[in-house]
Design a protein around this ligand. Sequence first.
Ligand code: GUN
Length: 280
Amino acid sequence: MTAKIIDGKAISAAVKEQVRAEIERDKIKAGLAVVIVGDDPASRVYVNNKKKACELCGIQSFEYALPAETTEEQLLELVDTLNADNKVNGILVQLPLPKHLDEKKVIERISPIKDVDAFHETNVGKIMIGNYAFLPCTPAGCMELIHSTGVEVAGKECVVIGRSNIVGKPMAMLLLHENGTVTICHSKTRDLPEVCRRADILIAAVGKPNFVTADMVKPGAVVIDVGINRLENGKLCGDVKFDEVSEKAGFITPVPGGVGPMTIAMLMRNTVTAAKIQAK
Ligand code: GUN
């Protein structure tokens, strides 16, 4: 069996087009502030892609590129300024921050109604109880990809590898809200391959190149690869050993061109949601 490739680029383009059309039709004024501290090359690429997506959708973007030596006080002051700025509907502080800055403190300073990443405790809590304005971008992008396969989540065995606050935990919640039977695996999980083999829907968010091998995958499963790992030769690779798993899965996302573009599309959707909430 050869898996169908889930085209994240095409699905992301369709979501962005929906957002663009809504902005145009309803004459929505939306602005997104993106803050980047230091010069991490991967963060730079992500921030540039976010800016490009804003342009495409008709969202005004404001970039704040701060030097690596920025103090916590300066960064918090900028967040306060953006919280108070009516043109800014969404605030995104690109992570990771340089080590001397407390990420948690910075995130908690963002006004929850402008927190388009849905990283603030208030928004995390809302996701937990299923009452959310903002979708956690990467998990929500994964859900769109799963929906595109036509495979229903309800009743299915869903296994999430990884328990980060950004991906693993909120991913498990979204699957649960759609009535999946959800297992979260991590480094202490006993016989992880066996647990993964139960999965009708397998989400890999470990951050280890080629971690998921064919023997860990149930024939016909939906395999979503959240990993973006840079190999020594400069090439990108996911958490899933694509060549062999694509011979066994029913559906699989490629890296690049799978989950990555979806995260940005969901961010655009959240920014419009933020603008609509704040216009009320
Ligand atoms: N770093 C990696 N992914 C993300 C994301 O989705 N949002 C932010 N703010 N930083 C990130």
